[in-house]
Design a protein around this ligand. Structure first.
Ligand SMILES: *Cc1c(COP(=O)(O)O)cnc(C)c1O
Length: 230
């Protein structure tokens, strides 16, 4: 009721594309000799509103990624009430003055990348009694404009998060430079994870999630290949 034909077909498109992405993830897992389901799909819904996300939820997708705390606060509390098994990932930079909101809303925070954020997260986790999973973002290409800890400082930072701030670090995340072959960046992230004793690897986006799965991604963050261009 009240849904125009064009909105309906847009929803059909995203559901069709979701199925295609899932099938390509399955193929990449098999090619890499990995177990089915070992690379999980985080559907990146940034810039799309709740009405546009709903068909994808109804098609049984449960992991979603957002890059802005405020946008997520406007979109997700209602959807999470209706679908309590949704797992919401923060994949964009976190300002320390938003740590409170981020801990309250997100189930996974993938962008821990500096001491100040670690301090604020530890404070909020203790205060709220809510413990999102935490990943450290690594700036594998050492790009000055990009968030993330420098690769050579990453292991010590993971250790400080654990030992000094009492945070459990479950994963690492990276966004390779847009104009480079992503493979070496994924390999570097996997190597740092092994040395830091971290299990989860968030890497790969619409253009390169197949490559990321070959390099051991345990989750891929796919937006435009599902929801269309932003
Ligand atoms: C937007 C975004 C994605 C998804 O990008 P697509 O190319 O649309 O798949 C993945 N990761 C991060 C950190 C993002 O900000």
């Amino acid at each position: 009721m009240g849904i125009s034909v064009s909105e309906n077909s847009k929803a059909d498109d995203s559901v069709t594309r979701l199925a295609e992405v899932k099938s390509r993830i399955g193929a990449a897992e098999r090619e890499a000799g990995r177990a089915a389901g070992s690379a999980r799909l985080v559907a990146v819904s940034k810039t799309f509103n709740a009405d546009e996300v709903l068909p994808v939820i109804e098609a049984s997708q449960r992991l979603f990624g957002e890059n802005r705390v405020q946008e997520a606060q406007a979109k997700w509390p209602g959807l999470k009430t209706d679908f309590p098994d949704i797992e919401l990932h923060l994949i964009g930079p976190l300002q320390s003055n938003k740590a409170k909101e981020a801990v309250a809303l997100f189930d996974v925070i993938e962008t821990v990348d500096r001491e100040k954020i670690a301090v604020e997260l530890a404070k909020e986790i203790a205060r709220q009694g809510r413990s999102p999973k935490l990943y450290v973002q690594v700036n594998t290409g050492s790009e000055p404009q990009k968030a993330g800890i420098e690769p050579q400082a990453a292991i010590a930072f993971v250790q400080r998060c654990r030992d000094v701030h009492g945070l459990k670090i479950d994963g690492l995340m990276c966004i390779p430079p847009a104009d480079e072959n992503p493979g070496p960046h994924f390999a570097l992230l996997a190597k740092i994870a092994r040395e830091a004793n971290v299990d989860l690897l968030s890497m790969g986006m619409s253009a390169d999630y197949g490559v990321a799965i070959a390099f051991g991604a345990t989750s891929v963050r796919v937006g435009s290949a599902i929801f269309g261009s932003r």
